[in-house]
Design a protein around this ligand. Structure first.
Ligand code: FAD
Length: 342
């Protein structure tokens, strides 16, 4: 049986960030993903300035992948429309290219196994192809990975999306597209990603709402090509349990680290993966306690995500129209709300 100091499950943003730290620290590690790269991941592909700064901190480059920068946005709420210049541009990427580029910058064939994780027993990780022994295990396997068994029944947003060949001039955020969420038009280099997500509703209902939302903004879409996926809703209680038995660390979507207002998860995945790698490296080199180190490193992330839960109530409550009108009429408040998206 192969033995590693650390096994990282999942090679999206969280997993790659963790691997980068372990690699730079000279620690023996293995990355496991059920998909080989490039692989598809349903996502709007909007990188906020937080994500871009985190990529710089990790030494991950965006060069070689198609990007587009958006600073001009239009915000819609019930009966209200406002043009907004965002404080920071949103960098638009294709997730398939973004993840593949990050993967190839960090993980080589010797450190990678394309296998699906099926179980954990003590210090043994089981996959569909065999068993591995680990000292520490980092789960970065997303919202629907094996690690969801540690947080059964957690709340999630449901999102649907479609790529249109037509290119929208501006980034659009429409709070009236769906109850408890919003619709978006994300202009990419060669198409527009059109989507919506919220907390309530069924797949068929959301597909219909997406068609209506797209039509409202002048886009026709083929309902049969709409795809759906989940985003976890941040919970402080779940976050506090993201280290299990002092040796298993949950990161990114697996730890529920996403923004409750915008659904942004890439930054939180990169940052938590980075901190998980640091915490485990410290445990291996200095005998530090992983749980207190990881929760200490990520305290600020948790604080900012908890604040977003409050803004979530404001944006998605029954009094949305009142709050949005208030925000749109006040440039400081508006800047605060739109900071969530940039
Ligand atoms: C429709 C939609 C739009 C979004 N738009 C944005 C956006 O514009 N900006 C933004 O910041 N965030 C966005 N998000 C959120 C963002 O996509 C996620 O938060 C982010 O991908 C989380 O990264 P991660 O590394 O935790 O997990 P993931 O990127 O999901 O990676 C998990 C990896 O684990 C692997 N895996 C899963 N199970 C197993 C297993 N059993 N064994 C082995 N490997 C496994 C998977 O193959 C995958 O490669 C969006 C999400 C959705 C659904």
């Amino acid at each position: 049986m192969e033995k590693f100091d650390v096994i990282v499950v999942g090679c999206g943003p969280a997993g790659v960030a963790a691997c980068k730290v372990l690699k730079d620290s000279g620690i023996s590690f293995c990355a496991i993903d059920r998909s080989s790269f490039p692989r598809e991941k349903l996502c709007g592909g909007g990188l906020t300035h937080r994500s871009v700064s985190m990529l710089n901190k990790l030494g991950l480059s965006l060069s070689g992948i198609q990007t587009r920068s958006c600073r001009e946005a239009v915000v819609f709420a019930r009966g209200v429309k406002k043009d907004v210049t965002l404080e920071n541009p949103v960098v638009m990427v294709e997730r398939v290219d973004f993840d593949s580029s990050n993967f190839s910058q960090v993980i080589d064939a010797d450190h990678f196994r394309c296998e699906s994780v099926t179980g954990v027993d003590g210090n043994i990780l089981a996959t569909d192809k065999g068993n591995y022994e680990f000292r520490y295990l980092i789960f970065a396997d997303g919202v629907n990975g094996f690690s969801r068994k540690y947080n059964p029944g957690r709340e999630r947003f449901f999102c649907v999306e479609f790529n249109s060949d037509r290119i929208s001039e501006k980034l659009v955020v429409d709070f009236s597209a769906v109850e408890g969420g919003y619709g978006w038009l994300f202009p990419k280099a060669s198409h527009t990603n059109i989507g919506l997500g919220g907390r309530k509703g069924k797949t068929r209902e959301y597909k219909k709402k997406l068609c209506d939302f797209a039509l409202k903004h002048g886009f026709e879409i083929d309902e049969s090509k709409i795809r759906g996926y989940h985003i976890p809703l941040f919970s402080k209680k779940i976050y506090r349990k993201s280290v299990i038995d002092g040796k298993i660390v949950l990161t990114g979507d697996a730890a529920g680290l996403t923004d409750a207002c915008s659904g942004e998860g890439i930054y939180y995945a990169l940052a938590s993966g980075y901190y998980a790698g640091k915490a485990v490296a410290k445990a291996i080199k200095e005998g530090a306690d992983v749980e207190s180190t990881y929760l200490g490193y990520t305290r600020r992330l948790c604080k900012s995500l908890s604040k977003r839960l409050l803004v979530n109530r404001m944006l998605y409550s029954g009094s949305q129209r009142f709050y949005i009108r208030l925000a749109l009429g006040n440039r400081y408040l508006l800047r605060y709300v739109m900071r969530v998206f940039s």
